[in-house]
Design a protein around this ligand. Structure first.
Ligand SMILES: Nc1ncnc2c1ncn2[C@@H]1O[C@H](COP(=O)(O)OP(=O)(O)OP(=O)(O)O)[C@@H](O)[C@H]1O
Length: 279
């Protein structure tokens, strides 16, 4: 088992209830996509899985470790086995890309090696290889503040590819990329996880991308899981109900407009001429 959440709730410091009674588990090596409208709780759920936020209620076990329910910090070795791709990677502007990528393994290295690598990058070849997988090898020694938003997202992805975590969490990882690059990048994440037997949980804005690339789709609305199904069983009625608060147009990579709920399967199929066979 990669993770097992039962009865998990999360209330933010200001009293906002972000998650309620979440029951979700995944075996090692499973890949699942989280979809749902803005504010549904996708980032909050990924933050709990990534140990950045402590559940307010319920029980969470991640990579065989029960997460602490007190203020106690999760242990460093657990965090080193979890990799997170942020929508906007928190990379210092003055940091070189090579250092940002190598930081993916800081949690796995002994303190002396981490410190030495911050002073002088210790595995330049490894960083270059990870960047090449996202077509950014030429930016190896660029400063992070010299990159576009989409390039920064890809540096964040190269960092997690370099890290090789057992549990990979991706929060809107391709939101700043054009459709073709977004598809190639999500495929890369899925293929990397599959090749290594790692678990991947990705929140995706574009439902067509989620349906094309992931075998299992989890729909979230108002902090609750409303469906958890194989992609083939996620039909338009379910998706329109999920996104009802955002109008009648489903968010897709191709921004294909669907004016009214069509028969099951049709909207996603219409929205997907660009993306086929990702899984
Ligand atoms: N740091 C915070 N403090 C207070 N409330 C928060 C905080 N972060 C998120 N929330 C609230 O928690 C709820 C869930 O937010 P979350 O960011 O998890 O949703 P999301 O599905 O990721 O949304 P989006 O798709 O817009 O990124 C929302 O009501 C949001 O306003």
């Amino acid at each position: 088992m990669s993770f097992d959440l039962s009865g998990v709730g999360l209330t933010h410091a200001n009293g906002t209830v972000a998650l309620q009674d979440i029951a979700l588990k995944a075996g090692q090596g499973e890949c699942l996509a989280l979809v749902g409208p803005s504010g549904a709780g996708k980032t909050s759920l990924l933050s709990v899985l990534g140990t950045a936020l402590r559940p307010s209620t319920g029980r969470a076990v991640v990579l065989q470790s029960p997460l602490p329910t007190t203020a106690q910090a999760p242990d460093r070795s657990l965090r080193a086995r979890i990799g997170t791709v942020h929508q906007a990677p928190p990379l210092p502007g003055r940091q070189r890309v090579v250092t940002a990528v190598l930081a993916g393994r800081l949690g796995q290295w002994p303190a002396w090696k981490s410190f030495a690598s911050l002073v002088y990058p210790l595995d330049i070849a490894g960083a270059r290889a990870a960047l090449a997988r996202v077509q950014l090898a030429d930016k190896l020694f660029a400063r992070c503040d010299e990159l576009s938003g989409g390039q920064l997202q890809r540096v964040g992805i190269a960092r997690v590819l370099y890290q090789q975590p057992d549990l990979l969490l991706a929060d809107e990882p391709v939101s700043a990329l054009d459709p073709a690059l977004a598809l190639a990048t999500v495929r890369l994440l899925v293929q990397d996880a599959a090749a290594r037997g790692a678990t991947l949980v990705a929140s995706l804005h574009a439902v067509d991308l989620a349906l094309a690339c992931f075998a299992r789709i989890v729909g979230i609305r108002a902090g609750r899981i409303v469906f958890d199904l194989p992609a083939a069983q996620v039909d338009d009625a379910l998706l329109h109900a999920l996104y009802a608060s955002e109008g009648e147009v489903l968010p897709t990579l191709g921004q294909v407009s669907v004016s009214a709920p069509p028969p099951p399967g049709e909207a996603a199929a219409r929205a997907m001429p660009l993306i086929a066979g990702c899984r």
